[in-house]
Design a protein around this ligand. Structure first.
Ligand code: SF4
Ligand code: MSK
Length: 639
């Protein structure tokens, strides 16, 4: 198929280009077309200078210094920019942490014997979590231990005292915890009021942001950012980490395995059921039920050879990591999967789901099934999922997909014959096991210079950036510099599709990293999971820091969110910076209208936390800057 220049600028992924070309010819609207119709976008919004917190507004600050420099209430540019930014952190932390609440509640139900639809799959991980939390693990029945862990997790969401979260105290490296305490003291002494950094309650810090950004409360950029940091730490080392850890207990800790990635995983002869969103609780059941003899027989009765469950975005990453379920694509491919005409049903839960899917699915035979009590999509079929009725709900969804096979229009089917193999499943436990049980071999490789450092790439796709282009070019440039790349979310899917998660890709790496990959039989880019699994990267960084007896900011680590889109990414970036990791961003976040807040985030943060944000549009320049940071850290460590 001949691909036109417009399509080439939209996506770097060959399978996506094929479907985008088809969409262009058939005049099917996608996110790229809708974004185009939004141009030019509001300059005040891009700079963060529009405020509509109260009904004297919307107020706008003139960035050229000629018109209004204050909102009607007197709020200046920095206050307006910072309030907006920390509200983004609140929303991102809320999405991750509310996700974490669900498995914590489920673990409690399983342990109490009130839910028989799920079991504890990884008691070893449960014991490891319990030990970290300081619980007595010997002579304690698994259910009893699960109850205690669930209670501690749930208490971290809702407790009302001033104590730091139990999970933060248990998981954050010792030196970082001490540093956060000291930062809070130092900032308070510089400020007219107390400033806290350590989170007291996961929910509380989010509510606190919404309170202090309400009309007429907190107007100091420093104080507002400090609260943003507090909520973000509560996300990364709290809510997200609870999600990851407890999901591992219930569904199993990911182990290294192989799977296929990209739209070519859709199968013309099978029922194609796409799972999209973030929470694995229902997806796990769909995967299980779809593989049953009963569903196979039903699929065959309807003329298909079987049921082909494939993933999309982070629900996809969860089942990819734990079961090797093929992944059809990342965030910008959700519409493209439907446009293949081969999808019988797309089942969604929460987060990163385009409402546009409803209308698009109506142009095809695809059923668009919403399942969460938190997420309604006009035009969808709503089958509400309840954990205590999980098997029945999953069976209803799989059956609906199978019965829809007859409605597929063969003339509309176009599946790109493009997939790549990927080695996935790099949980911290799997990485340590590949290293022989301890982080020492990785540290030795870093000390010897075979691996110069590690970059964690996270996050989304954004049609403002050529789809997957930045993710791939940045990762390739880094591995060529002997920098190991780890990551999660839509980056990980992009890397899997591009073949960067194969051992053979080590040929693209520098000599040092290549030798390490060949010796350990791992690829130079490691898939660590979904967006909440960014916590796995924190845990790995913490383990490396504790083993060396240093703080995270001493390590040659850098973070990046090169095609970021969601508010969750703002929270992720903030908790990485707060943990001592410098984070690269592209596109530019909406902060440039506030000189003070920009200075705090890009400069002051480096002095305070040991990590700050930087923005760079060019992936090769970004890789150079990351290598520079890594080399500086190496020099400071005497390496
Ligand atoms: Fe305008 Fe202040 Fe109201 Fe914001 S809070 S809309 S700046 S009056
Ligand atoms: S799905 S948050 S677009 S990574 Fe987790 Fe992708 Fe970003 Fe959603």
């Amino acid at each position: 198929m001949k691909i036109n220049e417009t399509v080439k600028a939209q996506s770097a992924d060959p399978a996506s280009r094929e479907i985008l070309q088809l969409a262009a010819v058939q005049e099917i609207e996608t996110v790229w077309n809708r974004l185009e119709k939004q141009q030019p976008q509001c300059g005040f919004g891009e700079l963060g200078l529009c405020c509509r917190i109260c009904m004297m507004g919307p107020c706008r600050i003139d960035p050229f210094g000629e018109g209004a420099q204050k909102g009607a209430c007197g709020a200046d540019a920095d206050t307006i920019v910072t309030r907006h930014l920390v509200r983004m952190i609140a929303a991102g932390a809320a999405a991750h942490s509310d996700h974490g609440r669900r498995p914590a509640l489920l673990l409690k139900e399983i342990a109490a014997g009130r839910n028989n639809e799920y079991q504890i799959s990884d008691p070893k991980k449960l014991k490891a979590i319990a030990a970290k939390l300081g619980l007595e693990t010997e002579n304690c029945a698994i259910d009893e231990l699960a109850l205690q862990v669930a209670d501690i997790a749930l208490n971290d969401f809702g407790k009302q005292n001033e104590e730091t979260l139990a999970f933060v105290k248990a998981y954050a490296p010792k030196k970082r915890l001490e540093r956060w305490l000291k930062i809070a003291e130092d900032l308070s002494s510089l400020s007219e009021k107390t400033i806290g950094i350590l989170p007291r309650g996961i929910d509380r810090e989010i509510v606190d942001i919404m309170h202090r950004t309400h009309f007429g409360v907190d107007h100091s950029p420093l104080s507002l950012i400090a609260q943003g940091v507090r909520a973000a730490i509560g996300d990364g080392w709290g809510g997200s980490l609870i999600a990851t850890e407890i999901q591992d207990v219930i569904f199993g800790t990911p182990q290294i395995r192989e799977a296929n990635a990209n739209l070519g995983v859709l199968d013309e002869k099978q029922i194609n059921l796409v799972i999209h969103g973030h929470e694995p609780v229902l997806s796990e059941k769909i995967v299980e039920i779809a593989a049953s003899e009963k569903m196979l027989a039903l699929a065959q009765k309807h003329g298909a050879t079987g049921v082909n469950v494939v993933g999309m975005c982070c629900s996809g990453n969860e089942i990819l990591m734990r079961h090797g379920v093929p992944i059809a694509g990342n965030e910008l491919q959700q519409e493209l999967a439907v446009i293949t005409g081969a999808v019988e049903l797309i089942s969604v839960d929460v987060q990163c789901i385009f409402p546009a899917l409803a209308e698009l699915c109506q142009c095809f035979h695809t059923h668009f099934v919403a399942t969460s009590d938190q997420a309604a999509f006009p035009g969808s079929i709503h089958i509400q999922f309840e954990e205590d009725d999980a098997n029945r709900c999953a069976e209803e969804i799989v059956t609906l997909a199978i019965e829809n096979f007859a409605n597929r229009k063969p003339e509309k089917v176009h599946i790109p014959e493009i997939t790549n193999r990927a080695m996935v499943g790099f949980s911290v436990e799997a990485i340590l096991s590949a290293l022989g049980g301890t982080p020492e071999p990785l540290l030795d490789a870093i000390k010897s210079g075979a691996i110069k450092g590690v970059v964690g790439i996270v996050g989304c796709n954004n049609p403002k950036v050529t789809h997957d282009f930045y993710h791939i070019e940045l990762a390739k440039a880094l591995i060529a510099k002997d920098i190991l790349v780890i990551g999660s979310g839509c980056w990980a899917i992009a890397a899997a599709k591009a073949g960067l998660m194969q051992i053979e890709t080590a040929t693209l790496a520098g000599d040092g990293l290549k030798a390490v990959c060949n010796a350990l039989k791992i690829p130079p880019c490691l898939h660590m999971g979904s967006c909440v699994d960014c916590s796995r990267m924190l845990v790995l960084a913490g383990a490396l820091a504790d083993t060396l007896g240093v703080d995270i900011d001493d390590l040659p680590l850098v973070g990046s969110a090169p095609e970021w889109l969601t508010e969750k990414a703002v929270s992720i970036g903030t908790y990485f910076v707060a943990s001592g990791v410098t984070v690269h961003l592209w596109p530019m976040p909406p902060i440039a209208g506030g000189a003070k807040v920009t200075e705090i985030l890009t400069q002051t943060a480096a002095d305070v936390f040991g990590g700050a944000f930087f923005v760079e549009e060019n992936p090769l320049k970004a890789a150079d800057k990351m290598a520079e940071i890594i080399n500086e850290k190496r020099r400071a460590l005497g390496l």
